[in-house]
Design a protein around this ligand. Structure first.
Ligand SMILES: [Mn+2]
Length: 382
């Protein structure tokens, strides 16, 4: 059984003010082309389909187009929700879609959904475990005191009777770690402070393959078969040095599997360039670096420069960030000033509700508004 492992699509994401939608369409086309040549039987999408719980109309259309293309290519598609997705919205029409070989598991329902696909060696069981948090699954484990992510995961897995004599693939979206293995983190992931969301990869070691989502750099967790496919595009400056790919897995007889990375080529790459304003705008720079890529520019000028962003954008229109090598403290003065202006104009409540909506994708409910107002009042700030 050959299948493709994708994760962290984050459809609809904006990166440093730039919409990634065209990039995403481009990369989905590349993935479809790869499927045409490799002819896998299934495609796994291991969570964070969208960038937010309430995706934009455009984002929904792009995902709809991608799924339609996968159906045309006769793929069985297995999708779980990630921490960025709304579990309930992801579940829309999922029972009907399962009849079309599109299996979507948005919310954990007390059992891990199992999809069995036969091949010439027997059965492969795909276990679809959406992103879980201790408090979101507590109601299914009333007799237990689930405090941590690790306990929640262990409890959810323990409940299933998995026949490890057959081949089993777990699809999951958590922060898996292993003692002694340093994971590659990226700024575009959102994680809880202090790694409280970390779960131990030893819980899943008996699976034949573990298709993970959450970490945006492709990597395995102590064992090649426990693997993060990574995001298909660079979603933060911290990923500039990463090479993005998708993962092709071939499971033959039990214990016999091969894992290959298929590199992806973005429409515009994200890069960092360094130099003086004069050098970078002289015309020589564009001879070696593509004009339209996304840039983080590090200026080496020690003296003051006038309107560096304006001048640089004449040469490189898609500059995502600007910093000064020799004056780090002043790097984002302009941004800071804008923030300060906003800070002065908005009340703490307005700032918080804006932040909440940005992160959650939905505005504060009346009940939440009440709580926030009460807390602010208690602190003497409104
Ligand atoms: Mn993600």
């Amino acid at each position: 059984m050959k299948f493709l492992h994708l994760a962290d699509l984050h459809i609809g994401k904006n990166v440093n003010g730039f919409s990634m939608i065209e990039e995403q369409k481009h990369i989905f086309k590349q993935i479809a082309d790869f499927i045409k040549t490799q002819e896998p039987e299934a495609v796994i999408i291991a969570g964070d389909v969208y960038d937010r719980a309430l995706p934009s109309i455009e984002a929904v259309r792009v995902f709809d187009d991608f799924l339609t293309e996968l159906a045309r290519l006769r793929m069985t598609v297995l999708v779980i929700s990630g921490n960025h997705d709304s579990p309930e919205r992801m579940d829309f029409a999922s029972r009907l879609l399962a009849e079309q070989k599109l299996y979507i598991c948005g919310a954990y329902t007390g059992a891990i959904q199992k999809v069995t696909l036969p091949d010439r060696y027997g059965n492969v069981h795909f276990w679809l475990l959406p992103f879980i948090k201790p408090y979101s699954v507590r109601s299914f484990f009333k007799d237990m005191d689930l405090e941590s992510y690790d306990e929640a995961l262990a409890a959810a897995l323990r409940r299933e009777s998995v026949d490890f004599g057959e081949r089993n693939v777990l699809v999951s979206h958590q922060f898996y770690g292993k003692t002694g293995v340093l994971s590659l983190r990226s700024d575009s992931e959102i994680s809880s402070v202090g790694g409280l969301d970390e779960v131990d990869s030893s819980h899943v070691e008996k699976f034949d393959y573990v298709a993970l989502g959450h970490l945006h750099g492709a990597q395995s967790v102590g064992n090649p078969k426990i693997r993060y496919a990574g995001s298909p595009l660079k979603y933060s400056f911290s990923e500039i040095g990463q090479k993005k790919s998708i993962t092709l897995v071939e499971l033959r007889e039990k214990g016999d599997l091969s894992i290959t990375e298929q590199p992806l080529t973005p429409l515009r790459d994200m890069r960092e360039i360094r130099g003086s304003l004069a050098d970078l705008t002289s015309g020589k720079a564009t001879e070696v670096t593509p004009r339209d890529d996304y840039y983080r520019v590090i200026l080496s000028d020690a003296d003051d420069v006038v309107d560096p962003m304006g001048k640089l954008r004449m040469v490189f229109p898609n500059i995502m960030g600007l910093a000064f090598e020799n004056r780090r403290a002043e790097a984002n003065l302009e941004e800071i000033r804008v923030d300060m202006d906003r800070m002065k104009r908005l009340s703490l409540y307005d700032l918080f509700s804006e932040f909440f909506e940005e992160i959650q994708g939905i505005p504060l409910s009346p009940a939440q508004t009440g709580i926030v107002r009460e807390l602010l009042e208690r602190e003497g700030e409104q």
